[in-house]
Structure formats: C-alpha cells, structure tokens
Design a protein around this ligand. Structure first.
Ligand code: MN
Ligand code: MN
Length: 333
C-alpha cells in the first residue's frame, strides 16, 4: 500500500458531532482524501431487478445516514480497531442507469473492477436490490478466481427467469453458478424460509451445489451449529458474503422489498457473522434496504451495522489483516 503513514480513520465525533459533517459511511474518508486503500464501501443504487416493492435504489443513502452513529473506533466483539489496521474508504456510489438491467449490471461490474484495480483491495457493496451481487461476483472472481458464497437471505435467489428476464434479484446465483463464479459444492444459504413456487426449486438449487440452513434449522442446531456447518462447507476457499437484509425478520427489517415472516433477529445475524470472522473474505454486500418502507431507521441501522461488521471481518480474517498494524494515537471516537 502506498499511504504514507497510518490509515486515516473516521472524523472525531468529540469535535464534530455525529449528526454533522460529511455523509460518508461512518464518517470515514472518501476516495479523494487517501492515496490508497485496502477496503472500500461502495454504494450501488440500482433497484431495476426487484420483483415486488421497489425503492432499494435509496438504500446506500439511508445506510450511510444510519452509519453516522456507528462508533467505528473499536469493535468490541472482534477485539480490533479496524480503521487503524487497514485503510477503509467510502468510494461513493456507482453511476448506473436506472433504465436497463444489462446496462446497469455492466456499469457496476466495470466500476467495481476499476476500484479493485488488480490489487488485494476489497469492497463491501451497499445495495441496491440483490441484482447487484452478480456484477460484484463477476468482478471479484476476476481478481480472486471462483469463490465460496455465504448467502444470508429469506429467498434462494437461484430461480431461472422472471418474466423472461435472466438477471433479476431472484436469479443471480443461478447465473453465478452457470458462469463458474462459484467454487462447486462450497456455497451455502442461511435463513431461507417461506413458501416457494414448487418443490423442484429446492432440488434444482441443491443441484447447483448449494446447501441450505433454513431459518427453522437455527432453532435446532443453534448459531454455533450453523457456524460449524458454514466453516465446513467453505473450507479454505476465498469467500464472498452476501447479506439480503430480508434474512432478518420483518420486525427487525421492515424496510425491504420482499419481507417474509419468521426470520433471524439482528442479534442472531450479527453473532453468526462475527463467529465467521476467520474466513478469507474477499468481497461482500448488504442489499435490499428499501427506506420508504422503513420506520425509525430500523432496517438501515441493522444494515449499517452489518456493513461495518463485514469490513471488520475483512480486517481480522483476510490475508492483509494486521500487515500494517500501525498502532498510533490517531484515535477515533
Ligand atoms: Mn430475499
Ligand atoms: Mn435476495
């Protein structure tokens, strides 16, 4: 990395209160303030692939707003000051067309590839509907080769087409499988629930090399059982974590496009993620926050915390973790 000294952290909230100042994620620096970076938060404001409630194009804006209140100085559960270990930046939003799915998907992939820049940089994308995971996976697989997908969602998202459209928020992971973006037999869904079109949907999903921990399974095997299953499934393959916020129960995430009763609590999701912090996380997204259906930032606060946890997981588990370890007193509060 080429930054001169210690990473630049978040704005000091003892000097500028959290509700003031720049609107970057957790008030971390933007691209123009750094000479290089390890991890970028990237807004992807596209919701043209959604099938029910629209509005996730406003997700990045809402998640950044909710992230103002994150105390990004120290992650207690993961025992690390992530912003002191690696340079984390807010890379703004991908400029993408609201009119054509294939145009937008191409623009998202190109922009993501440019930001990854052939280095070991990593991106946490904030959607946007789940469609954006496909161009993200394409860009990440180009850097790292095929990945293991750890997918949190109420829905499988491995259907074939909707209204003849091959790339939508419910079909991306079948496309990813077909394109060879996933390491065969290393991917897993968590939190799946609700009725489906046909039983064959689950059989097909299994034939694409996915395994599933349904929301109900968590009651039986517990969080530790789920964590063991994910670790066993993934092995030592590079991992992409995709979090559809509808994995949470509508009580914890009302502001989303296709809500389903009986989901995880925020605490369950966060514990699952934190227990997985040893994985080699090479890319991640949190998607499907639709702020117009939200109340009191319930959903966007959950999504902002998930995004910060994903960043922290990259710091603790990734290959570059602790490489710089410049213990300075540039404290952030
Ligand atoms: Mn979903
Ligand atoms: Mn989804």
């Amino acid at each position: 990395m080429t930054y001169e000294s210690a990473p630049i952290g978040a704005l000091d909230s003892t000097k500028v209160p959290r509700f003031a100042g720049p609107g970057t994620f957790a008030r971390i620096p933007d691209l123009s303030q750094v000479s290089d970076y390890d991890i970028a938060i990237l807004g992807v404001p596209f919701d043209g692939g959604t099938s029910y409630r629209p509005g996730a194009r406003f997700g990045p804006m809402a998640v950044r707003q909710a992230a103002r209140n994150l105390r990004a100085g120290f992650h207690v559960e993961l025992d690390v000051a992530p912003l002191k270990q690696l340079q984390v930046v807010d890379a703004g939003d991908v400029p993408c067309s609201p009119y054509g799915i294939s145009d937008a998907v191409g623009e998202i992939e190109d922009h993501t590839r440019e930001l990854l820049g052939g280095s070991n940089r990593r991106i946490v994308a904030i959607g946007g509907d789940h469609t954006i995971a496909l161009p993200m996976l394409r860009a990440v697989a180009r850097e790292h080769g095929p990945v293991a997908l750890v997918h949190f969602d109420a829905h499988l998202d491995t259907w074939d087409t909707y209204f003849n459209a091959p790339v939508t928020h419910g079909t991306i992971f079948r496309r990813a499988f077909e394109e060879g973006l996933l390491v065969e037999d290393h991917s897993i869904h968590l939190g799946i629930r609700g009725p489906i079109y046909d039983q064959i949907d689950m059989e097909q999903d299994r034939s694409f090399g996915f395994r599933t921990i349904r929301a109900n399974d968590l009651d039986v095997i517990g969080i530790d059982g789920a964590v063991d299953a994910v670790k066993q499934r993934v092995g030592d393959v590079p991992v992409y974590v995709s979090v559809d916020i509808d994995v949470l129960d509508p009580a914890f995430a009302p502001g989303t496009g296709t809500p389903e009763a009986g989901g995880f609590s925020s605490r369950e999701l966060l514990r699952l993620l934190r227990q997985l912090s040893g994985l080699n996380l090479v890319g991640a997204d949190v998607v499907e926050v639709s702020p117009a259906y939200d109340h009191a930032e319930v959903t966007s606060v959950a999504a902002a915390t998930v995004a910060f946890d994903l960043v922290t997981m990259m710091v603790t588990g990734g290959r570059t973790a602790r490489e710089h370890a410049p213990e300075t007193d540039s404290a952030v509060r």
